[in-house]
Design a protein around this ligand. Structure first.
Ligand code: HAM
Length: 412
């Protein structure tokens, strides 16, 4: 028996791997339209980076990090999310000095030791986008509409976009007190809420167990500037043609957010309904020792988007057009020459193993879902021809070697 994979880690096989590629491709096309550049960041960072950015009170830092000491006793962690690494890269590489927009995307695996379930893995792929150094609500709307475009491009329709504003640190300071006294008046809260209440009362609004107890929770009252930002953001979303609903209870599970937060949700993948989420983080870069750079971004869970597309997985598979079958081992060289020639002419084709029986090779041709088998027997080789067999209609005809590319191109 081969080794098993570690719990929560998995192999992604075709056709699902084709779907991942299609999602990445669609995202890259939209990023290009929005003038976002790719940033590749390391999978391993110092643990401290996440502690100070993702946040001390978050579930991620408290219990989900893959944290370990390496051989040199450095305290390091596998990245659980991309934003801290991007922020660090922005500061370390002086990207504020380039004079260009700092709009970056990343496509990378993340690691969180959460309890595995449908749509929740310990290694999962995120496609993320960060716009660093942009303060206006139009940047929030641009960021959200970019994500919206990616989902639309993939033909995903059954999602809702929920938005909220968490205000600035001043709004939140007041809200924190208000919320705390409201929570203190509640009886029978779960252990999680009791623990969260003092450290980060906003997070209790996220609690699935006590959800019903919080129907009358006080809403945040935004200061004039945050309120204006939120109104302009909503107007800009409407201009972009993006539909949204407001969810005053959405707080997001990461510590760095201020003002705009948003989530794209779907109900068909069970409890793990968030397919993407993000928001504004105006103080993060500065708090990490960088310049004052208000920012906004999001990350999408590729594994979850792939689940949404499950019924269409076969649409993402590209089959070879032709499959070369040699009737005799002696004819392998001629058959291989044909194969190389087709590929040089950009005709997608394949073969199995010329040393196998004719029957077995034909079976492989059928299994490959190729449109045509290119059959090579002694007669064909002597006449510098091939037999072209339509694998659906079963019709076949002889074609001259030099005519093969042209004949197949008609179908490609
Ligand atoms: P997040 O909400 O923690 O945000 O993750 C974003 C998305 O990653 C989720 O909506 C979900 O689709 C996917 N995801 C998270 N955990 C898992 C998991 N265990 N298995 C499968 N998919 C998962 C962030 O990570 C922020 N960095 C987003 C951001 C960027 N905010 C500003 N900029």
């Amino acid at each position: 028996m081969a080794q098993q994979t570690i719990r929560g880690f998995r192999d992604i096989l075709p056709p699902q791997s084709n779907v991942f590629y299609a999602i990445e491709k669609a995202a890259r096309e939209v990023f290009s339209l929005y003038n976002y550049d790719e940033l590749r960041i390391p999978a391993l960072e110092y643990y401290d980076l996440f502690l100070k950015s993702t946040g001390e009170t978050t579930d991620i830092v408290q219990k989900e990090m893959y944290r370990f000491k390496d051989a040199s006793q450095r305290d390091i962690a596998l990245r659980p999310e991309g934003t801290p690494g991007v922020a660090r890269a922005y500061i370390n590489n002086n990207l504020s000095q380039t004079g260009k927009n700092s709009k970056y995307f990343y496509i990378a695996d993340m690691f969180r030791a959460e309890r595995p379930q449908a749509g929740r893995y310990r290694q999962f792929e995120q496609i993320g986008a960060e716009n660093i150094g942009a303060e206006s609500p139009y940047s929030d709307a641009e960021s959200v509409s970019m994500l919206y475009e990616i989902l639309k491009k993939l033909g995903i329709e059954n999602f809702v976009l929920e938005i909220n504003s968490l205000g600035c640190s001043e709004c939140r300071k007041k809200y924190r007190e208000e919320l705390l006294s409201y929570l203190k008046g509640k009886e029978g809260l779960c252990e999680w809420c009791k623990e969260r209440m003092e450290k980060n009362p906003l997070r209790t609004l996220d609690c699935k167990v006590d959800a019903d107890k919080f129907v009358d929770f006080p809403k945040i009252s935004l200061c004039e500037s945050c309120s204006k930002h939120h109104e302009e953001f909503k107007k800009a979303l409407s201009i972009s043609g993006v539909k949204y609903v407001e969810n005053p209870r959405m707080v997001r599970g990461l510590d760095y957010y201020s003002r705009t937060v948003f989530e794209f949700k779907n109900t068909s993948i069970g409890a793990q309904d968030a397919i993407a989420g993000g928001g504004r983080y105006d103080n993060l870069i500065k708090s990490m020792g960088g310049p004052d750079a208000p920012s906004v971004g999001w990350a999408m869970g590729v594994d979850r988007v792939a689940i949404l597309l499950e019924k269409k997985w076969s649409d993402f598979v590209s089959n070879p057009l032709a499959f070369i079958v040699s009737m005799d081992k002696e004819l392998s060289e001629y058959a291989f020459e044909i194969l190389c020639d087709l590929r040089k002419n950009l005709i997608p084709c394949d073969f199995s193993d010329f040393s196998r029986s004719f029957k077995s090779q034909l079976r492989s041709a059928d299994k490959s879902m190729a449109a045509f088998a290119v059959i090579i027997g002694k007669d064909e080789a002597n006449a510098k021809e091939v037999t072209l067999k339509d694998l659906k209609s079963k019709e076949q005809k002889r074609v001259k070697k030099e005519e093969l590319v042209r004949t197949l191109s008609v179908h490609f």
